[in-house]
Design a protein. Structure first.
Length: 261
């Protein structure tokens, strides 16, 4: 259910958008044919809006689709039976699961992996041909790069890759929960530091908001881990390193932001 909902919801939205885009294109061609140039310009603007909306749907649904696919493919052994970790009621040995898992693998390759790779290839190619400075190109695809500074035109792919890594760590979690917590927190700390070092957004306010939100995510992970009951020495050592990491990074964030104000 979760897999089907996560995949088919954006698919239906994109299909509806494609139908509207096709109708708009047909009307635009008719307006051009009958030399209704004012109407043609209006429909040309609408075409760009459809493309930007479609790109936004793909970007916003990326995390939910990735999580649904990876969670569905993550099987574990419980009482000598292979089941889906997030929903043990689903057995990984059934014919129905194998059919859905094949579909999930296709979605993983075609969507989860291909989207960041194709997007990076597209943006790098556009940058080499100076299309990123073309007004018509910006009106159509500007949602992918306009909010970032010039040399960080590709940062949207970094954000997608970051989301995928977060989901992968959480979905294919280690059997020893504190290890998973520590890896998540260390990766979150690395993300915050990368944001501080590069400040990829063109607006200082956007950089500050992104830094604060990422730091808040790191703090929430630390609070969640420290709230867990600890019984053994190994867990205490792991959680101690986690607490140290979340104490150091926010301090550096405050110092950096105040120092560059």
């Amino acid at each position: 259910g979760q897999l089907a909902y996560a995949i088919f919801t954006p698919t239906i939205l994109l299909m509806m958008l494609a139908v509207n885009y096709s109708v708009n294109t047909a009307v635009y061609r008719l307006a051009e044919k009958f030399k209704l140039h004012r109407c043609a310009r209006i429909f040309e603007t609408e075409k760009n809006n459809y493309i930007r909306t479609g790109l936004a749907i793909i970007a916003f649904s990326y995390t939910s689709v990735s999580q649904a696919v990876l969670s569905f493919l993550n099987c574990t052994t419980i009482a000598d039976d292979r089941v889906v970790a997030y929903n043990p009621a689903i057995k990984c040995t059934t014919t129905q699961y194998k059919s859905w898992s094949a579909f999930a693998v296709v979605v993983f390759l075609v969507y989860v992996i291909a989207v960041p790779v194709v997007l990076l290839y597209f943006l790098v190619g556009a940058n080499k041909t100076n299309k990123l400075r073309d007004n018509n190109f910006c009106e159509r695809y500007g949602v992918l790069f306009q909010c970032f500074r010039g040399r960080f035109f590709f940062w949207d792919t970094v954000i997608l890759a970051r989301r995928l890594i977060f989901v992968a760590i959480y979905s294919f979690s280690f059997t020893y929960t504190p290890y998973r917590t520590m890896v998540l927190m260390l990766f979150s700390a690395a993300v915050v530091l990368a944001q501080l070092l590069f400040n990829p957004f063109s607006s200082r306010l956007e950089n500050l908001v992104e830094t604060c939100l990422l730091t808040l995510l790191l703090l929430l992970m630390g609070i969640n881990s420290s709230a867990a009951t600890v019984y053994d020495y190994k867990s205490m050592i792991i959680l101690s390193y986690s607490v140290l990491s979340i104490a150091a990074v926010p301090s550096f964030v405050v110092f950096y932001q105040v120092g560059t104000a």
